[in-house]
Each structure stands twice: as structure tokens, then as C-alpha cells.
Design a protein around this ligand. Structure first.
Ligand code: TZP
Ligand code: MG
Length: 205
């Protein structure tokens, strides 16, 4: 079930890591991460492909969903099971028609996006809180805005944007299956503990 994989969805930005990927990935999986999305904004295709290969090898055998952000080409080259798309990417319906087996996510900030999500398997909804991780951040919608989009979408969903161990509880009645987190885990000195703290709180949702 896709909703199970959405519980603690890590958005990987390798530029934020305080340790080698080989140490980071096992630590966050042990801490309770259920999906790992390769984002690495600003990386070249070559870099993204190489990092994706490494992450898939490190995930090997663990029940964690690997997702590629934006880049259908890299997802296909890596044999990833999932790709996360947005308004600037190839439309969900076209990807679904050509690659029916791929798990598709779609980013939503308003009701137009919810409609555009169409046949996507899940949505990412936000921003929940202010964040500096995304350069072209759309308007803050907060936990209440997320609740409305999630109800309208009628799909499994993750809340996204500025989520930390301190504010995650504010999303507990928003209807999300889980949360997507980048800096609160990637930039942590102890990513195992950062993931574990979030996962423990999510278990009480
Ligand atoms: N999309 C909306 S907010 C965001 C993305 C990719 C950034 C999430 O990163 P952080 O560090 O968890 O706020
Ligand atoms: Mg995108």
C-alpha cells in the first residue's frame, strides 16, 4: 500500500548532509524513514544518476520506496518504481499512459493542482510551514490548507515544507498519510535520531 510508504518520506538533498551517503542512508532507514526521494536540486544529470544508483544500492533489501523527483528520464534509467512530478513536469496522464507500472506523485499547492494531479497515486501538499529549502516556494497554506487539499484529492498524501519534530504534531488531524521532510533530517548532526523522533510522533497520528 502506497500510504504506508508515505509515513516518513525523506527528500534527499545530498548537499546538506553532514556525513557520507554510505553512513546517512542506513542511519535514516534505521530511524524509520519509509521513502527516499532523490531531489538534489542543481545537480547535473550525471550527478543525479550516480547518486541515485548509490542510494538504490544502499536501500537494497530494505522496504523503502525510492522516488526520483521531476526527472522521468533518470527514474527510468535507474529502474526506480516511483517518480514525483509537478506543474512544470511531463503531465501525469501522459506518464501514466506510457509507463502504467510507475508510482506517480504530484505536488499540490491549490485546487487547480489537485485537479491536475488526476490519476497520480499520491499528492504532496504544502508548504505546511515556512522553509528555505525550496527556491521557488509557493504560498504558505499551512495545516488547514493542507487538510482542504487532501480532502478534495481523496488520495494518499504527504504534507511538505518546513516540517520538524517541533511542529509535526500540528498536522495530526490534517488527513495526511505522513510527512515529507528534507532539512530536518538531511542537515541533522544525528540523522538517525532526527528520523526516529519524527517517526515516533507520526505513529501517534
Ligand atoms: N516542496 C515544497 S516545500 C519543499 C519542497 C521540495 C522543501 C521541503 O524541505 P524542508 O527542508 O523539509 O522544508
Ligand atoms: Mg518538482
Amino acid at each position: 500500500m502506497i500510504a504506508e510508504y508515505l509515513k516518513l518520506y525523506l527528500i534527499l538533498e545530498t548537499s546538506m548532509l553532514k556525513m557520507p551517503l554510505e553512513q546517512f542512508i542506513p542511519a535514516v532507514i534505521n530511524g524509520g524513514v519509509t521513502s527516499i526521494q532523490l531531489r538534489d536540486k542543481g545537480a547535473t544529470s550525471a550527478e543525479m544518476y550516480a547518486t541515485g544508483k548509490k542510494v538504490m544500492e544502499l536501500i537494497n533489501g530494505r522496504d523503502v520506496l525510492f522516488v526520483v523527483n521531476d526527472r522521468l528520464d533518470i527514474a527510468l534509467m535507474l529502474g526506480a518504481k516511483a517518480v514525483h512530478l509537478g506543474v512544470k513536469d511531463i503531465p501525469v496522464s501522459n506518464v501514466r499512459a506510457k509507463y502504467p507500472e510507475l508510482i506517480l506523485g504530484y505536488s499540490c499547492n491549490d485546487m487547480d493542482d489537485v485537479r491536475a494531479a488526476g490519476v497520480a497515486d499520491y499528492i504532496g501538499s504544502g508548504p505546511a510551514f515556512p522553509t528555505s529549502t525550496k527556491a521557488d516556494l509557493r504560498g504558505l497554506i499551512g495545516p488547514s490548507g493542507i487538510k482542504e487539499l487532501v480532502a478534495a484529492a481523496g488520495k494518499p498524501s504527504v504534507a511538505i515544507g518546513g516540517i520538524t519534530g517541533e511542529n509535526v504534531d500540528q498536522l495530526s488531524n490534517s488527513g495526511v498519510s505522513g510527512v515529507a521532510v528534507s532539512s530536518a533530517i538531511c542537515a541533522a548532526e544525528d540523522p538517525y535520531m532526527a528520523a526516529k523522533m519524527l517517526r515516533d510522533k507520526l505513529e501517534k497520528f
